[in-house]
Design a binder for this molecule. Structure first.
Ligand code: NZQ
Ligand code: ZN
Length: 390
C-alpha cells in the first residue's frame, strides 16, 4: 500500500424527502445563488420548481443558468462566470447530471479566478478558491457530487479536458434516488458503465501489487453496480435499486478506491474524452466502446493479473490456468454484459471508423501531456489501444 492523504469535505444527505432540508442547509451560504440546470429534464419532472421554491422560501434570491448540454461547453461556463461576477452571487446550486454539476463547479472556480478558467484545464493555472457549490444530482453516473473534478469541452479548440481542485468539492450534495426514476434506459446504462470505469481505472492501473482494502471495495462496488444498472433499466422506479446505483456511483469516484493505490492514470477516460469531444457521444457510451478492447490490450501487452481477477471475482469467469487467457475471457464476458445493457462494446458499434484513429490519438495526446502520462500514453500507444477497441 502506498502513502496517501484522504480528505473528502462534501457533506452527503441521502434518501427520501431530503429536499425539505434544502433551505435550512444552504441558508448559511448566502442570499443569492445561481441555479444551474440542463436542457429540459429538471423542468419536465417538476424538480426545478420544487427546488426553486424551497430556495425562495429560505429567503434566497435565485438566478437561472439553464440549458447546459451533455458534454458541457466552455461558452456556458463563461456565461455563468459573467453572471456570478455581475450579480455578486454567493453560491451555486447544480440540479442535474454530471454536465450540470461540472458546469457549476467551473463557474464557481472561474468567478474567483484571475484570468480565463480554461487556463486551468490546459494546466497553465491553478484554482485557489471557488464559490460554494451545492449539488442535487438527478442521474447516477459521474460521481461529480462528491469530488473536486470537472470536465469541460472548449468548442473552439475541440478539446474536452478535465480539471480539479480541493476548492471545487461540493459543500453539500443531496442524493435523492427518486430524482433518478425518470432517467431513460440508455443514460441509466451509460451512468452505470461510467461508474464501473471509475472503479476499474485505479483497480487496473495502480502500481502497488498489494492493495487488498482497495481491491475488496472496488470489487464490491462492481458487483453492486452491474446488477443494479440492469435492474434500474428494467424497473426504473425501483427505489432500492436506484438508491444502490446512486450511492455506488458516488463512492466510485470520491477518492475512497484510489487512496493508497499509488500514482495511476485514467487511460480509458483519456481516450473517451476525445471521443466525446470529436463525436459528441455520451461519456458512458464512449467508455463502453473502449473498455473490452482496452482490457485485451492490457492483458496482452501490459499485464493480465488484475484483468483476470476482475473476471474471476466480478464476472464469474473460471480460471483458465494462465492469467492471459483468463483475462481475455474476462474482456469478452464484460463485452457480453455491455450488450445485455444495450451499450456499444467496440468503436465499430459507434460507427467510428479505423481511419479516425489518428485524429482521436492526436486529440487525446493533448490531455495526455497535461496529465503528464505521455511517456506511457503517446500517440502510438493510443493508436495501438484503439486498434484493440475497433
Ligand atoms: O439536459 P437534461 O434535460 O437535464 O437531460 C439530461 C441529459 O440529456 C438527462 N437527464 C439527467 N437527469 C435526468 C435526465 N433525464 C431524465 N431524468 C433525469 N432525472 O441525461 C442526459 C445526460 O446528462 P449528463 O449530465 O450529460 O450525464 P452524466 O451525468 O453522465 O454526465 C456526463 C458528464 O460528466 C462528465 C463527463 O465527461 C460528461 O461531460 N464527467 C464528470 C466527472 C467528474 N466531475 O468527476 C467524471 C466523469 O468521468 C465524467 O468525465
Ligand atoms: Zn467517467
Amino acid at each position: 500500500m502506498e502513502n496517501f492523504e484522504f480528505c473528502n469535505p462534501t457533506k452527503i444527505i441521502f434518501g427520501k424527502g431530503i429536499l425539505d432540508r434544502l433551505g435550512d442547509e444552504v441558508r448559511a451560504l448566502g442570499e443569492k445563488c445561481i441555479l444551474v440546470t440542463g436542457k429540459k429534464s429538471a423542468r419536465e419532472t417538476g424538480v426545478y420548481n420544487q427546488v426553486k421554491s424551497k430556495l425562495k422560501e429560505a429567503g434566497i434570491e435565485v438566478l437561472d443558468l439553464s440549458g447546459v448540454q451533455s458534454n458541457p461547453v466552455l461558452s456556458k461556463v463563461h456565461e455563468g462566470i459573467g453572471m456570478a461576477r455581475k450579480e455578486g452571487v454567493s453560491f451555486l446550486v447544480a440540479l442535474g447530471g454530471g454536465s450540470v454539476m461540472d458546469t457549476a463547479k467551473a463557474v464557481a472556480a472561474g468567478a474567483l479566478y484571475d484570468g480565463d478558467i480554461w487556463e486551468v484545464f490546459e494546466g497553465k493555472g491553478e484554482i485557489t478558491g471557488a464559490l460554494p457549490v451545492v449539488c442535487i444530482p438527478t442521474l447516477a453516473a459521474s460521481g461529480s457530487e462528491m469530488n473536486g473534478f470537472m470536465v469541460i469541452t472548449n468548442e473552439e479548440s475541440g478539446y474536452k479536458l478535465a480539471a480539479g481542485s480541493p476548492h471545487t468539492y461540493p459543500r453539500i450534495s443531496f442524493l435523492a434516488p427518486e430524482l433518478t426514476f425518470t432517467v431513460p434506459r440508455d443514460y441509466t446504462a451509460y451512468g452505470g458503465v461510467d461508474a464501473i470505469c471509475h472503479v476499474l481505472e485505479p483497480y487496473f492501473n495502480g502500481p502497488d501489487p498489494f492493495t487488498p482494502v482497495q481491491d475488496e471495495i472496488a470489487e464490491g462496488l462492481i458487483r453492486t453496480l452491474m446488477p443494479a444498472t440492469k435492474r434500474c433499466m428494467e424497473e426504473p422506479e425501483n427505489y432500492q435499486q436506484r438508491a444502490a446505483l446512486m450511492w455506488a456511483a458516488t463512492l466510485a469516484l470520491n477518492g475512497l478506491t484510489r487512496a493508497g493505490v499509488g500514482d495511476h492514470p485514467f487511460p480509458v477516460h483519456l481516450i473517451e474524452h476525445s471521443l466525446s469531444a470529436i463525436y459528441g457521444i455520451p461519456h458512458g457510451a464512449g467508455l463502453a466502446a473502449l473498455l473490452p478492447g482496452w482490457m485485451k490490450w492490457k492483458a496482452t501487452l501490459k499485464g493480465a493479473k488484475k484483468v483476470a481477477w476482475f473476471g474471476i471475482r466480478c464476472l464469474g469467469c473460471t480460471d483458465k490456468g494462465n492469467e492471459k487467457d483468463t483475462a481475455l475471457e474476462a474482456a469478452d464476458a464484460f463485452g457480453r454484459w455491455l450488450s445485455k445493457v444495450e451499450c456499444p462494446r467496440s468503436l465499430s458499434e459507434l460507427d467510428i471508423p479505423e481511419k479516425d484513429h489518428e485524429k482521436i490519438a492526436q486529440n487525446a495526446l493533448f490531455q495526455s501531456r497535461i496529465w503528464g502520462i505521455e511517456n506511457d500514453y503517446n500517440e502510438n500507444v493510443i493508436k495501438e489501444i484503439l486498434s484493440f477497441c475497433q
